[in-house]
Design a binder for this molecule. Structure first.
Ligand SMILES: [Fe+2]
Ligand SMILES: [Fe+2]
Length: 220
Protein backbone atom coordinates (compact mmCIF):
# COMPACT_ATOMS: atom_id res chain seq x y z
CA UNK A 1 0.00 0.00 0.00
CA UNK A 2 1.22 3.45 -0.83
CA UNK A 3 -0.20 6.78 0.26
CA UNK A 4 -0.45 9.39 -2.47
CA UNK A 5 -2.14 12.78 -2.36
CA UNK A 6 -3.63 14.84 -5.15
CA UNK A 7 -3.03 18.50 -4.23
CA UNK A 8 -6.27 20.49 -3.94
CA UNK A 9 -5.82 23.35 -6.39
CA UNK A 10 -9.32 24.48 -7.41
CA UNK A 11 -12.16 25.69 -5.18
CA UNK A 12 -14.05 22.40 -5.83
CA UNK A 13 -11.00 20.38 -4.77
CA UNK A 14 -10.54 22.46 -1.64
CA UNK A 15 -14.19 22.02 -0.62
CA UNK A 16 -13.94 18.25 -1.20
CA UNK A 17 -10.68 18.02 0.77
CA UNK A 18 -12.00 20.09 3.69
CA UNK A 19 -15.12 17.91 3.93
CA UNK A 20 -13.03 14.74 3.99
CA UNK A 21 -10.63 16.13 6.61
CA UNK A 22 -13.62 17.12 8.78
CA UNK A 23 -15.01 13.58 8.54
CA UNK A 24 -11.54 12.22 9.34
CA UNK A 25 -11.40 14.37 12.50
CA UNK A 26 -14.69 12.92 13.77
CA UNK A 27 -13.62 9.36 12.87
CA UNK A 28 -10.29 9.80 14.71
CA UNK A 29 -12.03 11.27 17.75
CA UNK A 30 -14.68 8.56 17.92
CA UNK A 31 -12.68 5.43 17.03
CA UNK A 32 -9.08 6.30 17.96
CA UNK A 33 -7.17 3.00 17.40
CA UNK A 34 -10.15 0.66 17.08
CA UNK A 35 -9.37 0.04 13.42
CA UNK A 36 -11.77 -2.87 12.94
CA UNK A 37 -14.74 -0.81 14.12
CA UNK A 38 -13.50 2.23 12.20
CA UNK A 39 -13.38 0.06 9.06
CA UNK A 40 -17.04 -0.91 9.48
CA UNK A 41 -18.29 2.67 9.54
CA UNK A 42 -15.81 3.72 6.83
CA UNK A 43 -16.94 0.90 4.54
CA UNK A 44 -20.61 1.68 5.14
CA UNK A 45 -19.94 5.21 3.90
CA UNK A 46 -17.59 4.10 1.11
CA UNK A 47 -20.14 1.71 -0.41
CA UNK A 48 -22.59 4.56 -1.12
CA UNK A 49 -20.86 6.77 -3.78
CA UNK A 50 -20.39 4.05 -6.41
CA UNK A 51 -24.07 3.08 -6.26
CA UNK A 52 -25.35 6.68 -6.25
CA UNK A 53 -22.95 7.75 -9.03
CA UNK A 54 -23.65 4.61 -11.09
CA UNK A 55 -27.43 5.03 -10.78
CA UNK A 56 -27.34 8.74 -11.69
CA UNK A 57 -25.02 8.14 -14.63
CA UNK A 58 -27.27 5.30 -15.80
CA UNK A 59 -30.36 7.54 -15.71
CA UNK A 60 -28.46 10.33 -17.43
CA UNK A 61 -27.33 8.02 -20.25
CA UNK A 62 -30.90 6.81 -20.78
CA UNK A 63 -32.23 10.35 -20.80
CA UNK A 64 -29.58 11.75 -23.13
CA UNK A 65 -29.06 8.58 -25.20
CA UNK A 66 -25.35 8.63 -24.44
CA UNK A 67 -22.63 6.04 -24.26
CA UNK A 68 -21.23 5.76 -20.73
CA UNK A 69 -17.77 4.61 -21.90
CA UNK A 70 -17.81 1.85 -19.28
CA UNK A 71 -18.03 4.18 -16.28
CA UNK A 72 -21.35 2.90 -14.92
CA UNK A 73 -19.97 -0.62 -14.51
CA UNK A 74 -16.83 0.72 -12.88
CA UNK A 75 -18.87 2.69 -10.35
CA UNK A 76 -21.20 -0.22 -9.58
CA UNK A 77 -18.20 -2.57 -9.27
CA UNK A 78 -16.71 -0.13 -6.77
CA UNK A 79 -19.93 -0.22 -4.69
CA UNK A 80 -19.94 -4.03 -4.80
CA UNK A 81 -16.28 -4.19 -3.78
CA UNK A 82 -16.89 -1.82 -0.85
CA UNK A 83 -19.84 -3.92 0.30
CA UNK A 84 -17.51 -6.94 0.43
CA UNK A 85 -15.10 -4.89 2.56
CA UNK A 86 -17.99 -4.23 4.94
CA UNK A 87 -19.06 -7.91 5.03
CA UNK A 88 -15.45 -8.88 5.81
CA UNK A 89 -14.96 -6.41 8.67
CA UNK A 90 -18.34 -7.29 10.17
CA UNK A 91 -16.89 -10.81 10.61
CA UNK A 92 -13.67 -9.46 12.10
CA UNK A 93 -14.83 -6.66 14.41
CA UNK A 94 -18.29 -7.96 15.42
CA UNK A 95 -19.94 -4.55 16.04
CA UNK A 96 -22.24 -4.10 19.02
CA UNK A 97 -25.79 -2.69 18.83
CA UNK A 98 -24.56 0.88 19.38
CA UNK A 99 -22.08 0.69 16.48
CA UNK A 100 -24.76 -0.86 14.28
CA UNK A 101 -27.08 2.06 15.08
CA UNK A 102 -24.24 4.48 14.21
CA UNK A 103 -23.89 2.67 10.86
CA UNK A 104 -27.64 3.02 10.30
CA UNK A 105 -27.66 6.78 11.00
CA UNK A 106 -24.45 7.46 9.06
CA UNK A 107 -25.84 5.73 5.98
CA UNK A 108 -29.14 7.63 6.13
CA UNK A 109 -27.34 10.98 6.31
CA UNK A 110 -24.59 10.14 3.84
CA UNK A 111 -26.87 8.88 1.04
CA UNK A 112 -28.75 12.18 0.98
CA UNK A 113 -25.56 14.21 1.35
CA UNK A 114 -23.75 12.44 -1.51
CA UNK A 115 -26.78 12.44 -3.80
CA UNK A 116 -27.10 16.21 -3.43
CA UNK A 117 -23.37 16.70 -3.95
CA UNK A 118 -23.44 14.58 -7.11
CA UNK A 119 -26.37 16.54 -8.52
CA UNK A 120 -24.88 19.94 -7.64
CA UNK A 121 -21.29 19.18 -8.69
CA UNK A 122 -20.37 15.74 -10.04
CA UNK A 123 -16.75 16.76 -10.26
CA UNK A 124 -16.61 17.73 -6.57
CA UNK A 125 -18.36 14.46 -5.68
CA UNK A 126 -15.72 12.32 -7.44
CA UNK A 127 -12.90 14.42 -6.00
CA UNK A 128 -14.46 13.99 -2.56
CA UNK A 129 -14.40 10.18 -3.00
CA UNK A 130 -10.80 10.40 -4.25
CA UNK A 131 -9.81 12.18 -1.01
CA UNK A 132 -11.96 9.84 1.10
CA UNK A 133 -10.08 6.90 -0.41
CA UNK A 134 -6.74 8.61 0.26
CA UNK A 135 -7.74 8.63 3.94
CA UNK A 136 -8.92 5.01 3.70
CA UNK A 137 -5.45 4.02 2.50
CA UNK A 138 -3.92 5.86 5.49
CA UNK A 139 -6.28 4.04 7.87
CA UNK A 140 -5.33 0.63 6.45
CA UNK A 141 -1.60 1.50 6.58
CA UNK A 142 -2.04 2.33 10.30
CA UNK A 143 -4.11 -0.84 10.80
CA UNK A 144 -1.30 -2.91 9.24
CA UNK A 145 1.31 -1.21 11.44
CA UNK A 146 -0.72 -2.04 14.56
CA UNK A 147 -0.92 -5.71 13.49
CA UNK A 148 2.84 -5.84 12.77
CA UNK A 149 3.59 -4.24 16.14
CA UNK A 150 1.52 -6.94 17.86
CA UNK A 151 -1.04 -4.47 19.23
CA UNK A 152 -3.84 -6.11 17.23
CA UNK A 153 -4.12 -9.90 17.06
CA UNK A 154 -3.40 -11.28 13.59
CA UNK A 155 -6.42 -13.59 13.64
CA UNK A 156 -7.34 -15.98 10.78
CA UNK A 157 -9.04 -14.33 7.78
CA UNK A 158 -12.82 -14.84 7.58
CA UNK A 159 -14.00 -17.40 5.00
CA UNK A 160 -15.89 -14.71 3.06
CA UNK A 161 -12.60 -12.83 2.51
CA UNK A 162 -10.64 -15.95 1.50
CA UNK A 163 -13.28 -16.74 -1.09
CA UNK A 164 -13.65 -13.20 -2.47
CA UNK A 165 -9.93 -12.41 -2.82
CA UNK A 166 -8.79 -15.99 -3.51
CA UNK A 167 -6.59 -15.99 -0.42
CA UNK A 168 -4.82 -19.13 0.82
CA UNK A 169 -6.43 -21.31 3.50
CA UNK A 170 -3.93 -20.00 6.08
CA UNK A 171 -4.60 -16.34 5.27
CA UNK A 172 -4.76 -13.93 8.19
CA UNK A 173 -6.14 -10.50 9.03
CA UNK A 174 -2.84 -9.03 7.80
CA UNK A 175 -3.45 -10.46 4.31
CA UNK A 176 -7.00 -9.10 4.34
CA UNK A 177 -5.88 -5.59 5.33
CA UNK A 178 -3.34 -5.58 2.47
CA UNK A 179 -5.83 -6.62 -0.25
CA UNK A 180 -8.48 -4.20 1.05
CA UNK A 181 -5.90 -1.39 1.12
CA UNK A 182 -4.98 -2.15 -2.49
CA UNK A 183 -8.66 -1.95 -3.46
CA UNK A 184 -8.82 1.48 -1.79
CA UNK A 185 -5.79 2.62 -3.80
CA UNK A 186 -7.67 1.65 -6.94
CA UNK A 187 -10.85 3.51 -5.86
CA UNK A 188 -8.75 6.57 -5.05
CA UNK A 189 -7.11 6.59 -8.47
CA UNK A 190 -10.36 5.90 -10.36
CA UNK A 191 -12.27 8.71 -8.64
CA UNK A 192 -9.48 11.27 -9.02
CA UNK A 193 -9.33 10.24 -12.69
CA UNK A 194 -13.10 10.74 -13.08
CA UNK A 195 -12.87 14.20 -11.54
CA UNK A 196 -10.00 15.02 -13.93
CA UNK A 197 -12.06 13.74 -16.89
CA UNK A 198 -14.86 16.14 -15.98
CA UNK A 199 -12.39 19.02 -15.72
CA UNK A 200 -11.03 18.20 -19.18
CA UNK A 201 -14.57 17.86 -20.57
CA UNK A 202 -14.32 14.29 -21.81
CA UNK A 203 -15.33 10.81 -20.75
CA UNK A 204 -17.82 11.01 -17.92
CA UNK A 205 -20.46 13.72 -17.67
CA UNK A 206 -22.35 15.79 -15.18
CA UNK A 207 -25.81 14.16 -15.09
CA UNK A 208 -27.78 17.39 -14.93
CA UNK A 209 -25.87 19.45 -17.48
CA UNK A 210 -27.71 20.68 -20.57
CA UNK A 211 -25.56 18.98 -23.19
CA UNK A 212 -27.12 18.06 -26.50
CA UNK A 213 -27.91 14.44 -27.36
CA UNK A 214 -24.88 12.63 -28.79
CA UNK A 215 -25.09 12.03 -32.54
CA UNK A 216 -25.41 8.39 -33.54
CA UNK A 217 -24.85 6.52 -36.79
CA UNK A 218 -28.27 5.64 -38.11
CA UNK A 219 -28.78 2.43 -40.11
CA UNK A 220 -31.63 3.81 -42.15
FE1 LIG B 1 -13.40 -0.05 1.29
FE1 LIG C 1 -12.76 2.35 -1.28
Amino acid sequence: MKYTHKPAKTVNDKIAYTLVKTLRFFADTFFRKRYGNRAIVLETVAAVPGMVGGALQHLYCLRKIKNDHGWIKRLLDEADNERMHLMTFIEIAKPNWFERSVVFCVQAIFVVFYLLMYVISTRTAHRFVGYLEEEAVVSYIHYLAEIDAGHIENCPAPEIAKEYWNLGKDATLRDVVIVVGKDEENHRDVNHHLANEIVSGKGIFTPFSLESVEKSNKCS
